[in-house]
Design a protein around this ligand. Structure first.
Ligand code: AN7
Length: 350
């Protein structure tokens, strides 16, 4: 029987006793070997994809929402609120619906991928478009929750991280120990912080070891690489279009403590990796989710990362279906033919 993260790992999570067992059977996502891609990146190491796009609403956010909205529900909160580049919004909307709560989600106007906006609407959230950035939206959410009794479910909420730690546990359970490297995209920096908490906790409990962390931002939205907030972040990877990460300090500390680092890659590198992963391994992820792998490729290519003989896990945080337009816009429109065999023959012969 499938179980959600609270049933499987609740005993390892620091959650208040009033937390209710909310679940859409999130987690338990596959760790998929990616041997062809590993060869393309130079070979000599083992690569797995932790495919978080297979969570119930299509992203890793579901782990954190099971915990954070389960906690809010358990203490009688009626309304959950968050700022979001899209995935948090869809996930909060779904889990709030399941808890019988209302969700209010603030998104940067015009900068949220179609599948995420549609998800938030479909699950019945009140969607508010902010004429500004994600960072503006998050500021509004922080300020309004100081005035009104709304449950804030961005990753400032510690229970979000408790839920998201479970992905680190799953990786250790699947491999028998922590990998040598974990690479993943970094936006608001909650996930890298949560993974590090999870790996450290499992290591102290089970001696599973710790990976080095390679956190990857988009070059146009890389505050943790340039060392200061970015007022107007821009990237094709709208999920990580964030200039003022709430957990930035902790993310930098986690990367350093692990012996790893946080780097940036260009939009071109992100899109090229999105294509490579889809076409070599059959795994289609949204642009932000390809950033971790794009960073891995760049570091190996530049000779800054020697992964020979090592085990590398790349976290692919969201499903490709979240943002179909990014693909159809870049590709030539499929050819059209009249319904005649000769026309099809002509195309196949070309
Ligand atoms: C696919 O939904 O911030 O560094 O508001 O959707 O923990 O923020 C999304 C972030 C990576 C970055 N990959 O994770 C939001 C939001 C995908 C994402 C990230 C996000 P964090």
């Amino acid at each position: 029987m499938a179980k959600g993260i609270l049933e499987r790992y609740g005993h390892l999570l620091e959650l208040p006793a009033h937390t209710r067992p909310l679940t859409l059977l999130e987690g338990d996502t596959p760790l998929i070997p990616a041997p062809r891609l590993a060869e393309t990146l130079g070979g000599g190491f083992t690569l797995w994809i932790k495919y978080e796009g297979l969570n119930p609403t299509g992203s890793f956010k579901d782990r954190g929402m099971a915990a954070a909205i389960g906690e809010a529900w358990g203490r009688g909160a009626r309304v959950a609120i968050c700022a979001s580049t899209g995935n948090t919004a869809a996930s909060a909307a779904a889990y709030a619906a399941r808890a019988g709560m209302k969700a209010v989600v603030l998104i940067p106007q015009g900068k949220v991928a179609a599948g995420k906006l549609a998800g938030a609407l479909a699950y019945g959230a009140q969607v508010v478009q902010v004429l500004g950035s994600f960072d503006d939206a998050l500021r509004l959410v922080v300020e309004i929750t100081q005035r009104r009794p709304l449950a804030l479910v961005n990753s400032i909420n510690p229970y979000r991280l408790e839920g998201q730690k479970t992905a680190a546990f799953e990786i250790c359970d699947a491999l028998g120990e922590a990998p040598d490297w974990l690479c993943l995209p970094v936006g608001n920096a909650g996930n890298i912080t949560a993974y590090w908490m999870g790996f450290k906790q499992y290591d102290s409990l089970k001696g599973s070891g710790r990976p080095r962390l390679l956190g990857v931002q988009a070059a146009g939205a890389a505050p943790l690489v340039v060392g200061h907030p970015i007022e107007h972040p821009e990237t094709v990877a709208t999920a990580i279009r964030i200039g003022r990460p709430a957990r930035g300090e902790q993310a930098l500390q986690a990367a350093a403590e692990s012996g790893g680092r946080i780097i940036a890659v260009s939009d071109e590198e992100i899109l090229a990796m999105q294509r490579l992963l889809a076409q070599q391994e059959g795994i289609w992820v949204e642009p932000a989710s390809a950033a971790g792998l794009a960073g891995l490729a760049a570091e190996i290519r530049a000779g800054r990362l020697d992964v020979r003989g090592q085990r590398v896990v790349a976290v692919c945080t969201g499903h490709g279906l979240k943002d179909p337009q990014i693909v159809t816009q870049q590709m030539p429109a499929p050819l059209q033919i009249p319904p005649h065999l000769e026309a099809l023959e002509e195309i196949l012969a070309a």
